[in-house]
Ligand binder design. Structure first.
Ligand code: HEM
Length: 100
């Protein structure tokens, strides 16, 4: 679990920094928001202050949507299954990689 949590978080942060570097105008808006919420240098960040970082929140969510940190999920059917559309069927023991 530690590896899963740290790999996903570090990859997401790396992608956020990459996209901010590619879009300086967005980076500037994040910078201005941080200055607005934290006008003075503080070492402690409260929950209430975190909740004010709406633009940064949008940047994080958009980055996760744009560059998926976990692009596929392995799933194994526990019983034979045909979806109502008849387009997909899963047979027990087949490992499905759900790509998104
Ligand atoms: C940007 C950061 C993260 C992303 C993109 C992410 C993504 C995911 C995804 C896609 C799953 C589902 C995996 C599956 O069902 O096969 C998952 C499960 C899980 N993640 Fe994360 N994760 C992140 C951060 C973390 C952190 C920081 C922790 C713990 C401190 C964590 C703990 C877990 C746990 C415990 C599960 C299993 C939940 C369950 O099966 O009920 N994740 N994560």
């Amino acid at each position: 679990m530690i590896a899963a949590a740290t790999e996903t978080t570090s990859s997401a942060i790396a992608n956020i920094i990459l996209l901010l570097a590619m879009h300086p105008e967005i980076q500037e808006r994040v910078y201005q928001e941080l200055h607005q919420v934290f006008p003075e240098q503080e070492s402690y960040v409260s929950y209430e202050e975190m909740m004010k970082l709406n633009y940064l929140d949008m940047v994080i969510k958009e980055t996760l949507r744009f560059i998926s940190t976990v692009p596929m999920l392995p799933r194994k059917a526990s019983c034979d299954l045909v979806l109502s559309s008849n387009l997909y069927s899963f047979i027990v023991s087949v490992l499905a990689l759900l790509n998104f």
